[in-house]
Design a protein around this ligand. Sequence first.
Ligand code: BGC
Length: 472
Amino acid sequence: MLKLKFLRFLTSSSSTNQKSLPFDQKPDEPEINVKDFGDGFKWGVATAAYQIEGGWNSDGKGESIWDRFTSNPGHVKDRTNGQEATDFYNRYEDDLRLLKTLNLDNFRFSFSWSRLLPEGIGKVNEKGVDFYNKMIDTCLELGIDPWAMLYHWDLPQKLEDKGGWCNRDIVDWFSDYTELCTRRFGDRIQHWMVLNEPASFTTLGYLSGMHAPQKAGLSKFLASVHHACLCQAEGGRIVRNNVKDSHVGTSFSCAHTEPQKNTLWHRKASDRLDVMLNRLFIEPSLGMGYPYNELPFIRKIDRFILPDDPDKMKFDFDFIGLQNYFRVTSKPSLLPFVWANRVKPAPTSEVTEMGWEVSPEGIYDIIRQFAKYNIKEIIVSENGAAFKDHLVDGRVHDLQRISYFKRYLHHILRAKAEGINVTGYFAWTYVDNFEWDEGIRPRFGLVYNDFKTQQRIVKDSGLWFQELLKRE
Ligand code: BGC
């Protein structure tokens, strides 16, 4: 199968020999004061079904594309899979109780489509509904606000067998699934998000083939993009229609792009990456159409567009979730279609275990870029870092992660101080989990997980949030 190296920068892990900042040599760290963010500011953690639930075939759950992908151990760098993950399916009560002790009162989770509808459409798995009912009720009993994500990458395999995101019927499949979720759970959930990072799952799943369902090629990619744009808006409409007083958004991966050199070619390369990373999904939802000008190959999407589609792709979300981890320095390259690529971080840069450059000012730049669209409300719906964690005498002193959070939060505050309406922050993530094709090696959690025993140990970063957010 054609395995393009396309958009590898989204998950690059190339730089493990680069400098990690020693704990005793931190640069000036800003002090974070929770009051500066305002009373109504939402603090929480984000998670995703496939990455935490486990129970991959429990109680009637159907197979998802990630169950299929990971059934071949060669697809995952450390040959693990999400069959058990962090066993949230059985441990959700303890996990939510522990989360509550960290004073993080907002819990973002995703529904597993194939747990609710094993075939993707048709017969409902009532045991799957029971699980989410119990989990949501536990949140509410504990005073945790649940934030539901409808789609975090785990399409039912049965739907993929029919073409998945490349088949226009997905708009109907997704609408029925959204109807189900909103009717069964909408009485207790106010905050909804439609798609998690469509730019990631379409490029990695349908263009480069690096993620499930390992499809590759321009036509598949463009079809998946267009159908995701239609579902994004339709999902928003269904939530608003079915859920009283809903607060509905969707989430975008985003990264501030800048040219490596100030030449016309570098600037154009940077603009092309900007379209792929930041503009492709938001602009159609705002009625601006697809950004063809900077990236002419996108025009080939026209053959999937029906006359009413530009209107159908529009939806005025209450908020936009921005998910940012790094910035991208770009240069012209021979990478097909985009003819641009990411420049590896300099050897002196601070990088995470994923090889991602720690670039706190990048979150300020990207928030400002999105704010220009006049979005009503911006929520940082994911931000965090994987670092090498060491469990010593029952503690994980992850000071580098604390430093990361402080620096990114400082730059979010800068954007807020300029009047941009940033209303929430969700750390990625609650507990070390299954990190897609990377496996369980990269640890992003505020809570350490022993994957053999499923024992949870709050890291110092979790304790830092606990202290930051403690009520007086
Ligand atoms: C995704 C998460 C992922 C995280 C870290 C985001 O792109 O939404 O599922 O684990 O980044 O890679």
